[in-house]
Design a protein around this ligand. Structure first.
Ligand code: ADP
Length: 496
């Protein structure tokens, strides 16, 4: 991969989106933080500041939690018909669609993801998740229970209350939809803390929520850092539940800090997902799928197929195909519609990835392509392909969260099941084969929350997503995703 100077956006080239919301959104008001502090969000391609954003802290979280509580207990949200909640959610989805180009550009600018991906993936999935859950708002039913005796017994599904939602930077807008969708459908109110690297689309979506008519206080957004604003959300006694997406180590802190208030918790965490490619698969499709499954979003996906197990006899051909795709991959300015790979989100991620590339080399893996920085500005990492990786190497065991593919080989099904499961993670897996029996056998045997067969990264708002083992607790999306936002109340009535 040749080095190149990054083209800068020009009047004729990609247009920079306008930055409109940089303050906290509390109780329907745009306000500075109580401390007056701000933090900078940067463009990871140029390392230049995009905007200064109000930096929330414990006092701001407290105000947000109180606003959310008021909206939950006594505001119009608490008495609104479920169907009307759904109508407002649909309106929000419509507004996001109307401002789609602007939102996609903002997401691309703040996160570094190619604008083409923001438009083709993040935006439609965001809209879809909100519409899917809007449809659920008036379909959250209890049951009637045939108990012994002369009693009428029924259950009500009630909203869990005020929910604290802490999201990461890799799919900022989509994570907002995955979190707001089930919470709003269930009738909860929200204190959201977006990631410090990427607060801009979340703030823009809050503005659209207000424009859609979602009552003040239902959605509150407090940007800030994890150990301050995030920790305050976790500890706040007026918040009933935490939904967190991020790193396992952070989840362990959250679990400890949520213990004194016994909050309900759902986690969506990391992974080291095996992608298993048999010799009887369509190799072109498998290679393209494995490439997409790893390099998409600069490798910054919790479900990235980062352990690629290839059946021995097709190994050489597979490597050849992936290396060829890496060679032609277009890196550059994320706002350029031709760009296929943008920068990593920030310097910390860039450094972490480069460290793993160094460890991969040291531990004896063979570097087939990439391995270096791209360009001389921004946090670009060349698409990197390691061959000859062994199960015990760090690059086969630890989450890199970057464009680094580790290729291992396997002999047969017995060999691969044990090796695929030899990890503390269990988020996703994929199997490529034309043998239906083998595919379903592996789908059963692999301990992961999602198994893709002859495809990768296929998401749908209706299909539950989450992790086995240390990859998570609970599920997002689908009907299961709603459960975390409801409490079941049993009502028993003496008859006659
Ligand atoms: P990532 O590697 O994706 O940044 P993190 O788990 O560090 O993973 O961050 C995910 C989200 O969790 C971010 O919004 C971050 O600010 C927040 N966060 C980080 N540390 C804490 C913490 N101690 N308590 C609550 N939230 C935190």
């Amino acid at each position: 991969m040749a080095t190149a100077t990054l083209p800068r956006p020009t009047a004729t080239g990609p247009k920079l989106p306008e930055i409109r919301q940089t303050q906290l959104f509390i109780g329907g008001q745009w306000v500075p933080s109580q401390s007056g502090k701000t933090f900078e969000t940067i463009n990871p391609a140029t390392e230049e500041v995009i905007a200064s954003v109000a930096e929330g802290d414990a006092v701001d979280v407290d105000l947000a939690a109180k606003a959310a509580r008021k909206a939950f207990e006594s505001g119009p949200w608490s008495t609104m018909d479920a169907r009307d909640r759904g109508r407002l959610m649909n309106k929000l989805a419509d507004l996001i669609e109307e401002e789609g180009d602007e939102l996609a550009a903002l997401e691309s600018l703040d996160n570094g993801k190619p604008i083409r991906d923001a438009k083709a993936a993040d935006l439609p999935l965001t809209i879809d998740a909100l519409r899917y859950y809007a449809g659920y708002a008036d379909k959250i039913h209890g049951q009637t229970i045939p108990v012994r005796g002369n009693y009428f017994c029924y259950t009500r599904k009630e909203p869990v209350g005020v929910v604290g939602q802490i999201i990461p930077w890799n799919f900022p807008m989509l994570m907002v939809a995955w979190k707001w969708g089930p919470a709003l459908a269930a009738g909860c109110t929200i204190v959201m803390k977006p990631a410090e690297q990427t607060p801009l689309t979340c703030l823009r979506m809050a503005r659209l929520a207000q424009k859609a008519g979602i009552p003040d206080g239902v959605i509150n957004v407090v940007p800030g850092y994890g150990p301050t604003a995030g920790a305050a959300v976790v500890k706040h006694p007026g918040i009933d539940k935490i939904a967190f997406t991020g790193e396992g180590l952070t989840a362990q802190i959250i679990m400890r800090e949520a213990a004194p208030t016994l909050k309900r918790i759902t986690f969506e965490l990391g992974g080291k997902s095996p992608n298993i490619i048999y010799a009887d698969s369509d190799l072109d499709a498998a290679a393209a799928g494995a490439h997409f499954g790893l390099y998409f979003n600069q490798g910054q996906c919790c479900c990235a197929g980062s352990r690629v197990y290839v059946e021995e006899k097709i190994h050489d051909k597979f490597i050849e195909k992936v290396a060829a795709m890496n060679k032609t991959r277009k890196l550059g300015n994320q706002l350029d519609p031709a760009t296929e790979q943008g920068p990593q989100v920030d310097k910390a991620q860039y450094d972490k990835i480069m460290k793993y590339i160094g460890i991969g080399k040291e531990q004896g893996a063979t570097m087939v392509s990439g391995g270096s920085r791209y360009g001389d500005k921004g946090f670009f990492v060349q698409p990197t392909l390691f061959d000859g990786v062994k199960d015990d190497m760090a690059i086969a065991r630890e989450e890199i969260f970057g464009p680094v593919m580790s290729v291992l080989t396997f002999k047969d099904t017995d060999d691969i099941v044990a090796r695929a499961n030899n990890t503390s993670f269990g988020l996703a897996a994929a199997v490529w084969t034309k043998d239906v029996g083998k595919a379903h056998y592996l789908a059963k045997k692999i301990k992961a929350g999602t198994v893709w067969i002859n495809c990768y990264d296929v998401f749908d708002a209706a299909a539950p997503f989450g992790g086995f083992k240390m990859s998570g607790m609970g599920r997002e999306l689908g009907e299961e995703g709603l459960r975390a936002y409801t409490e079941t109340k049993t009502v028993t009535v003496a008859m006659g």
